[in-house]
Design a protein around this ligand. Sequence first.
Ligand SMILES: [Fe+2]
Length: 435
Amino acid sequence: MSCCHASVADDTHEGAFTVDAAAITFGPGVLAEAGDHALAHGCKRVAVFTDARVARLEPVNVVLESLRAAGVAAALFDEVRVEPTDASFARAAEFAREGKFDGFVSVGGGSVIDTCKAALLYATYPAELLTYVNKPVGEGRSVPGPLPPHIACPTTCGTGSECTGIAVFDYVPLHAKTGIASRRLRPTHALIDPTATRSLPAMVVAASGFDVLCHAIESFTARPFTARPKPVPGTPRPLSQGQNPWSDVGSREALRLGGKYLARAVNDPSDHEARESLAWAASLAGIAFGNSGVHLPHAMSYSVAGLVRDYRCDGYPADEPMVPHGISVVVNAPSVFRATASASPARHLEVATLLGADARGAGLADAAEVLAGAMLALMHAAHVPLGIGALGYGPLDLDALARGAIVQSRLVDNAPIVVDVAAMRSLFESALSYA
Ligand SMILES: [Fe+2]
């Protein structure tokens, strides 16, 4: 492999990157292997996490039957909240702690997998919720030691949570999303059955599909790992170590697949090729950003989701206002990529091409508009809101949105451009609506 970044490293900057690869089993029917994998990890009594909707679907039945057939006792927790909160994390942790389980299985979307990560952490190393939560909302303390086995079985095609050490939740007292980030939180094994996505509502596919695309684009355009100061010896590299040759591999293929299949997967539930390809793209993007980190669209999504007033989305629980994660990310994307293109125009142009844009004749100076145009074309095709104005936000909300996003320092610092609160406000202003 030719590593184009090594040559720019110097005595004061990072010259190496770490690859943390998740153990993945991918293919139709693999959920039926859950029991065998649990046994192989030494589990005798596991907690199975899911949410109330997924609990009624086939994947949970398949996993429970597989565990039973393998002789592994299972207790079902179906109270996971879609877009979890500090309170729902605490409830899940209580269940995990009281059950004295020796392993955990999650079956569902990113909310389920993230909740399971948090539950097994707080059950194993009990602490106040904010102890392990990222600064500045929490104390940002390290996870003290290894965690029990966690087999993650995603049923959406987007979050990539099964491949990452990140658990995101809504910290209600501040109306802000935040999270816990540690390599130790990465699931022990991901069982990805792409056929599990066949029954998903169109908007769930759209939201999770754009989450995939943004994971890949943000990973591919993040601040290069060589831009970070050289780490102090003995300290681990951060999860968000920046764009690197390993993350580029997954990002490129995820973008190619996403550009080809996203709109098809949203608009035709019978297009199994499209939905299953998107599931593979999600895993590739998850592996990529799990080693590089994402940046501004995700940082901004935290306040877009956290400050929601009355938006509801088809295909999701309607009992209270909620912006699905992927929607809260992609509404910011055209605005952000217009601003970041100057940092790496060739990369932004390559992203547009991978997504299927016709960039013939376009030069580096056109990268911002070509990529923004490619994203907007896909957003039109998948019928998602075109900007934060469509979610109910207006000019009077810009200051609060900017304040909520600028504190996501893990993500803001991973951006290819320097952003202060005024620049963040401008990014939101440009994201109010798109022509
Ligand atoms: Fe995401």
